[in-house]
Design a protein around this ligand. Structure first.
Ligand SMILES: *[C@@H]1O[C@H](CO)[C@@H](O)[C@H](O)[C@H]1NC(C)=O
Ligand SMILES: *[C@@H]1O[C@H](CO)[C@@H](O)[C@H](O)[C@H]1NC(C)=O
Ligand SMILES: *[C@@H]1O[C@H](CO)[C@@H](O)[C@H](O)[C@H]1NC(C)=O
Ligand SMILES: *[C@@H]1O[C@H](CO)[C@@H](O)[C@H](O)[C@H]1NC(C)=O
Length: 383
């Protein structure tokens, strides 16, 4: 009897939630998503653009083979696409296999920065280039609209999606991470307004092109990535209580403050738009600080790396690579269970961590303006 009552309660709650959650919330009723960013949301852009490929065990957890993502499986953007009930985004630069762009396109490319790329940049696809690619994409789509009776196409979106689509952004981490190799902390802090000005230029162009729904992720605690701890944290006085590089996280916080102010500004300026700022920094910091509560065992150490604890990271060799180090041939393999690790390869998060971050985003609590908990989706994820 008690069991029965609680089952009814759960169902009642569930049904109430289906109605109230969908009416109160942003209804996630987007026909398409256009994404801009770096490796945090790159679904294959950099490897397609450079004619490169990722090595196994990248992709092993979900795709069962490398899938253009620097991860063992899915990225935050993939989980968000699930929540939006849309298929995973194809990269703009993917030419093979007639990829569909009907419900959006991913312009993100790993290693990309907001500031223009330089000769030494790993990715030439900085934010301004991604925005230019979007404009070309849009013009091609408008040009290719079906004529006459044929109303729709399997591969390209309709002309009306550009206004209705969600525009997502996750970029800026590499502007800071890269700068620490050649600049002082003060110089980096002083350069943040330039980074924001460049970001603003791109956002304004997209607005001119018809974008009206902006969803902007802030930058995560990059000082907690093994790559940065290994290079900049050899002196323990440079680390915080979590074992993260203090200066890196401080720079991220300062960038985020200015990004937040920028979001408020455009929210006021673009009165016919939705601008959602998402605090990824807090979600990831919470995960790293309170990892065991969320079912993880390793908050910082890389799953797929070389060198063993505490970081299992060696800048000379990347996940899946085979190389002769100190006279011995070494192949970098994954840990036994990537779901115990927050970090995948020293720079990027595991699928399990991305899943956690996405589920936290979908609570709506980390957004400004906040939105109602997307409970049905969380139930689907069995959290
Ligand atoms: C902003 O979001 C709300 C809720 O999803 C939606 O009804 C509205 O159309 C959006 N505004 C614009 C300008 O797209
Ligand atoms: C860890 O969890 C505690 C208790 O909920 C919370 O107060 C704290 O802010 C969390 N740490 C981070 C870095 O979010
Ligand atoms: C390789 O050699 C370097 C320099 O001799 C040494 O510092 C390092 O500990 C060695 N690494 C391994 C894994 O043996
Ligand atoms: C991984 O699994 C293998 C086989 O079960 C075991 O021998 C090895 O000790 C495990 N490694 C770690 C780091 O747990």
């Amino acid at each position: 009897m008690a069991k029965m009552a609680s089952a009814i309660q759960i169902w009642t709650f569930f049904l109430i939630c289906i109605f109230s959650c969908t009416t109160n919330s942003m209804d996630f009723n987007y026909p398409a998503v256009f994404n801009f960013g770096d490796s945090n949301s790159d679904t294959g852009g950099l490897v397609a653009g450079l004619g490169d490929s990722l090595l196994s065990p990248n992709g092993e957890t979900y795709f069962k083979k490398p899938a253009g993502r620097f991860c063992d499986g899915r990225l935050i953007i993939d989980f968000l696409m699930d929540a939006f009930d849309l298929p995973y985004l194809n990269p703009y630069l993917d030419a093979i296999g007639a990829p569909s762009f009907k419900s959006g396109c991913d312009f993100a490319a790993a290693a990309s920065t907001i500031l223009p790329a330089t000769a030494s940049s790993l990715s030439p696809f900085s934010f301004g280039v991604q925005v230019a690619q979007f404009i070309r994409f849009k013009n091609r789509v408008l040009d290719l609209q079906p004529k006459g009776k044929k109303k729709s196409d399997k591969y390209i979106p309709g002309a009306d999606v550009f206004q209705k689509a969600l525009y997502t952004f996750d970029i800026g981490q590499n502007d800071l991470a890269g700068a620490f190799y050649s600049k002082s902390f003060d110089q980096i802090v002083a350069s943040i307004p330039n980074i924001l000005t460049e970001f603003e230029k791109g956002i304004e162009i997209l607005y001119e092109e018809g974008a009206r729904n902006f969803w902007i992720h802030n930058t995560g605690p990059l000082g907690c990535l093994p790559q940065n701890v290994a290079k900049f944290g050899t002196d323990p006085s440079k680390l915080d209580e979590l074992g993260c590089v203090t200066n890196h996280n401080q720079a991220a916080k300062l960038l985020n403050l200015q990004l937040y102010a920028f979001c408020k500004k455009i929210h006021g300026q673009f009165t016919d738009s939705n601008v959602t700022y998402v605090d990824i920094f807090s979600i990831k910091s919470n995960l790293i600080a309170n990892y065991s509560r969320y079912g993880f065992e390793q908050p910082i150490m890389a799953c797929c790396g070389y060198g063993g604890p505490p970081l299992n990271y060696d800048s000379r060799i990347t996940c899946g690579q085979t190389k002769v180090l100190n006279g011995t041939s070494v192949t970098v393999k994954a840990c036994n269970d990537s779901t115990e690790y927050v970090n995948w390869d020293g720079i990027h998060y595991t699928e399990a961590a991305n899943h956690f971050v996405a589920s936290q985003i979908l609570t709506g609590k980390y957004s400004d303006p906040p939105f109602a908990n997307q409970m049905p989706y969380l139930l689907k994820l069995k959290f």
